[in-house]
Write a protein that binds this ligand. Structure first.
Ligand code: UDX
Length: 450
C-alpha cells in the first residue's frame, strides 16, 4: 500500500517507520528542509529506542522516503496521514493551523481519490474542518474529486512507541465509509496482534476517545497524588495504600504510581484542551480542572520539600538533580517536573547540578549556558559539592544507590525522591533525611488528627 505521512515529528516518524517496516511503501513529508535532509541520511532528530535502526533499515530497503515536495507527497499515497503538531494556544485550546495547512496542501495537489487520516490529537469536530478545508481548496481549483476524512488517533507512549504501534491495546478508526474501513483494515493487516483490536466508530467518537483515554490516565495520576498528599498529613505511607487499593481488580495497579506530577507532550496539553472544549460548550468540567490543578501543585512539591528541609533558605545552596526528562527512556523535557523545580531553585538563589542519561542536550537547548546550572556526564559527579539530592525521573540507573556514599557526598544529608524509589527505613538508617511523595520524612502527623 502507498502511504503518505505529513509531519516528521515524533508521531509521524514512528508511524512512517513502522508502516514501512511491514512492507508498505511510505513517503514522509515535512516543511523543515534541514530535518528532511538529515532523515534522508538516516539521522533521527529525536530519541526513541529502536527508531533510528528502523528508519535506516527501511531507507536501505527503499520502502521509506523523505521529501519536502508537497505535490510529490500528495500524489504518492492513497492514505494521507496527518501527524503534525497541535500545540496548545494561550487559552489551552489545540492550535489547528498546521493541520488545516496540510488539508489545504492536499486539496491543492490531489489528482485522484484520497483518504485523509487524522493521526494528530485534535479536538472533536476537526475531521469536519479538514473536510471543509479540502472541499473549499478543491472548489477554488475548480476540481471535482472524491475524498474521505477519518480519525485514527495515536496511543503511543514515548520510549515504547514502536512496540505500542504494533502491539497496542487498540486501533481506533472513526469513519462511516465502507471504503475507508477496507483501506484501514488493509493498512493494519500486517499486524497480526492488532487484528481483533480494530475498533470502528463514528468520527466524533474516535476524536473524543483519544482525549478521554488521556484524561482518564491523567486523572488516575492526580488521584493517587492527591491521596499521597493526604497520606503525608494523616501519617500514612502511600506505597502501602497503593498496594492496598491496586489489589482490587476494579482499580488495578496500573498508572497509580505517585510521583512529582505528570509531564510530557500529551497529558498536560490534552487535559487542558478537553477542559477548554467543555468550557466552550458552557460545561465547566470540575473534574478536569481539578486534575490539572492537582498536577500543578504536585510539580511544586519537590521544591516545597527542599524548602522545608532547609528552613526556607535555599540561597547559595547547590542542589544535585538526577533526571531531567519527564519520564525514563526519552530526552523529552516538555512539561517535565524537573523544569518547575529548577526554575523555582534559581528564583530562590540556589544552583543546580544535574545529570540525565539522555536529556542534557535538550536541557542546554532550553536553558542555554548559565552560571547556576551545571550538567554532569556521570550520575555521581552531580553530587560533588552538593547540599542535597533530588530525584525527578525514575531512570533505571538511579535505583541502586549506596546510601553511605550518598550521605558522605552531600553537605546536608537530604534526599528528596520524587519517584518513591527507595525503602524509607533503609535510607533513614544510613543517616539521610528522606523526603518522598506521601511517605518517608514527608509524613508528619497533624496534631489535630491524633
Ligand atoms: C501518554 C499516553 O500513555 C499515551 O497513550 C498517549 O498517546 C500519549 O500520552 P507519554 O506522554 O509518552 O504517553 O507518557 P506516559 O508513559 O503515559 O507517562 C506520562 C506521565 O505520567 C509521565 O510524566 C509519568 O511520569 C507520569 N506517570 C505515569 C505517573 O506519575 N504515575 C503513573 O502511575 C504513570
Amino acid at each position: 500500500m502507498r502511504i503518505t505521512i505529513f509531519g516528521s515529528g515524533y508521531v509521524g516518524l514512528v508511524t512512517g517507520a513502522c508502516l514501512a517496516d511491514v512492507g508498505h511503501d511510505v513517503t514522509c513529508i515535512d516543511i523543515d528542509a534541514d530535518k528532511i535532509s538529515h532523515l534522508k541520511d538516516g539521522k533521527v532528530p529525536i530519541h526513541e529506542p529502536g527508531l533510528e535502526t528502523l528508519i535506516r533499515h527501511n531507507l536501505e530497503e527503499g520502502r521509506l522516503h523523505f521529501t519536502t515536495d508537497a505535490a510529490e507527497a500528495v500524489n504518492f499515497g492513497l492514505l494521507q496521514f496527518i501527524a503534525v503538531g497541535t500545540p496548545p494556544d494561550e487559552d489551552g485550546s489545540a492550535d489547528l493551523q498546521h493541520v488545516l495547512k496540510v488539508a489545504r496542501t492536499i486539496g491543492m495537489h490531489m489528482q485522484d481519490y484520497k483518504i485523509i487520516v487524522d493521526k494528530s490529537t485534535v479536538p472533536v469536530g476537526t475531521a469536519d474542518q479538514v473536510r471543509a478545508t479540502i472541499a473549499e481548496t478543491l472548489s477554488e481549483r475548480g476540481a471535482e474529486l472524491a475524498f474521505d476524512v477519518c480519525s485514527n488517533p495515536e496511543f503511543l507512549k514515548e520510549g515504547a512507541a514502536i512496540e505500542d504501534f504494533s502491539k497496542g491495546a487498540r486501533v481506533v478508526v472513526g469513519t462511516d465509509s465502507e471504503r475507508v474501513k477496507r483501506a484501514m483494515r488493509e493498512c493494519y493487516a500486517p499486524y497480526s496482534r492488532l487484528q481483533d483490536k480494530l475498533i470502528f466508530m463514528d468520527v466524533r467518537s474516535a476524536e473524543l476517545t483519544k482525549y478521554a483515554a488521556n484524561a482518564m490516565l491523567a486523572t488516575k495520576i492526580s488521584f493517587i497524588n492527591e491521596i499521597a498528599h493526604l497520606a503525608e498529613h494523616v501519617g500514612a505511607d502511600i506505597e502501602q495504600v497503593r498496594h492496598g487499593i491496586g489489589s482490587d481488580p476494579r482499580i488495578g495497579y496500573h498508572f497509580i504510581y505517585p510521583g512529582c506530577g505528570y509531564g510530557g507532550s500529551c497529558f498536560p496539553k490534552d487535559v487542558k484542551a478537553l477542559s477548554h472544549t467543555a468550557r466552550g460548550l458552557g460545561h465547566e468540567s470540575a473534574l478536569l480542572e481539578a486534575v490539572e490543578a492537582v498536577n500543578h501543585r504536585q510539580k511544586g512539591q519537590l521544591f516545597n520539600k527542599l524548602a522545608q528541609a532547609f528552613d526556607h533558605d535555599l540561597q547559595g545552596k547547590t542542589i544535585a538533580l538526577w533526571g531531567l526528562a519527564f519520564k525514563p527512556n526519552t530526552d523529552d523535557m516538555r512539561e517535565a517536573p524537573s523544569r518547575t523545580l529548577m526554575e523555582s531553585l534559581w528564583d530562590a538563589g540556589a544552583k543546580v547540578q544535574a545529570y540525565d542519561p539522555e536529556a542534557s542536550d535538550e536541557c542546554r537547548r532550553l536553558y542555554g549556558q548559565r552560571g547556576d546550572l551545571t550538567l554532569t556526564r556521570h550520575r555521581d559527579e552531580a553530587l560533588e559539592g552538593a547540599d542535597a539530592l533530588v530525584i525527578c525521573t525514575e531512570w533505571k540507573a538511579f535505583r541502586a544507590v549506596d546510601f553511605d556514599v550518598l550521605r558522605d557526598a552531600l553537605a546536608s544529608p537530604v534526599l528528596v525522591d520524587g519517584r518513591n524509589l527507595f525503602d524509607p527505613d533503609t535510607v533513614k538508617a544510613a543517616g539521610l533525611r528522606y523526603y518522598a511523595m506521601g511517605r518517608g520524612d514527608s509524613v508528619h502527623i497533624d496534631a489535630s488528627t491524633v
